[in-house]
Design a binder for this molecule. Sequence first.
Ligand SMILES: Nc1ncnc2c1ncn2[C@@H]1O[C@H](COP(=O)(O)OP(=O)(O)O)[C@@H](O)[C@H]1O
Ligand SMILES: [Mg+2]
Length: 154
Amino acid sequence: MQTLPDSLVVALPDAAATAAFGERLCARLQVGESVCLSGELGAGKTTLARGAIEAWTGAPEEAPSPTYTLVQTYQGARGELWHVDLYRLKTAEEAWELGLEDAFQQAACLIEWPDRLEGLLPRDRLDVELRPDGAGRTATLVAHGAWRAKLATL
Ligand SMILES: Nc1ncnc2c1ncn2[C@@H]1O[C@H](COP(=O)(O)OP(=O)(O)O)[C@@H](O)[C@H]1O
Ligand SMILES: [Mg+2]
């Protein structure tokens, strides 16, 4: 039996590369699956999410950052997409009040600041950690559940 690696490092030299990588991830994303985006403020999480949202809806989107609303939802041919920013979340329980647990099953989710969930993470998820690298960024991907078989295709 062949074991597939479950992590991958991707160089993102500029903001356009981050958005394009979001599009690429979106092409593999389905309802019931999540992409968890971590990294400091300014790391590029929302840039990546916007690329994915545009690809999901098939239309250029304003895609406001859900910093204050915590959640923005979008419709696409494949179903509902949630863009979630948990930076201001006070307790993990608050996320359940948003309906996040149902969204893990019934929508595709892009989650900024997933550490706020204190480990209550969706099973089928791709962890994307963005780090500054010179003028650009490096993305480190770790696949869980359904994402493991797809990682090699990214
Ligand atoms: N790969 C990259 N290289 C250089 N700048 C980037 C890259 N990706 C995103 N940026 C820029 O970083 C800034 C912060 O991005 P943003 O997506 O708002 O970060 P976050 O949501 O993590 O706080 C934006 O000006 C964006 O254009
Ligand atoms: Mg952001």
